[in-house]
Design a binder for this molecule. Sequence first.
Ligand SMILES: NC(=O)c1ccc[n+]([C@@H]2O[C@H](COP(=O)([O-])OP(=O)(O)OC[C@H]3O[C@@H](n4cnc5c(N)ncnc54)[C@H](OP(=O)(O)O)[C@@H]3O)[C@@H](O)[C@H]2O)c1
Length: 255
Amino acid sequence: MTNHTDTIVLVPGGAGEVGAGIVQAFLDTGPTVIVPSRSQDHPDDLHKHLESTGTATDQLTSLVGNIGQIDGAKELRDDILEQFGRVDTVVASLGGPQPIERLIDVPQEMWDQVIDNFMTAHFVVARTFLPLLAEQDEGSYTMINGLSGPTGDIAAPASGLMAIASAGEHMLMRALAESAEHHGESVRINELVPLTPLITRSRTNTDSEWMPAEEFGLVAVALAMEYNYHREAIGVYSQSDVRRWQVRSGEWTPV
Ligand SMILES: NC(=O)c1ccc[n+]([C@@H]2O[C@H](COP(=O)([O-])OP(=O)(O)OC[C@H]3O[C@@H](n4cnc5c(N)ncnc54)[C@H](OP(=O)(O)O)[C@@H]3O)[C@@H](O)[C@H]2O)c1
């Protein structure tokens, strides 16, 4: 596997279920990986989980702060710039509990929280870190989303709120990409979507249809290397999709 020891990767939401798999996949290729979290407990759990999988964590830096709010994100950005000088790649895997509720029964508090976790936090991270990537020749910005975003499908009658938030995140990706192009910025902005349930540290399943989150994370690594992709919504359905991505980016060569 290619070694990316000079690369600085930021994974907002990296202490979450999907984020932990993305962090593991990046760490295996050698870059510095920075994971912000609003709590100290989540990074501690992430470290323990990674160590239990045999993943080396010496290149992992955890920072406590709220990357989903303007002031917290600025503080984290300043801290990162002071410690590392730049950011090359962002993979934002933000989210939270996914409510199952008939749309017209959704309390405003739940509405606000889902919009905050799935849309506002993505907006704030992009607003704060995209200008840094725009300074890099080959900066890569990836947003993790659910299926409803790019397809517009509503998975179940009670998942309307999630579908709305995912669709908003999808349009955010497109609008950010459009704006970057308009301003002549070379940063590549894409969206990456698991099309099959993921096996995560707290959601284990031996069903062969399910994919380990760290396998999905390998596509995030490949996408960071793949210079032709921009403004794309990329679905990952199976482990053969993962292999195709690794081959395409030169990350992995079949024997
Ligand atoms: N889990 C799956 O199988 C699956 C399948 C398909 C798609 N997805 C997509 O993957 C993404 C991540 O899902 P997940 O299951 O990994 O979620 P998760 O376990 O809840 O992790 C999300 C992380 O995002 C951070 N976050 C959430 N709201 C935030 C906010 N307002 N401000 C700052 N940070 C915030 C949290 O970090 P801290 O609390 O540590 O600060 C949390 O660790 C979502 O877009 C989801 O739709 C997941």
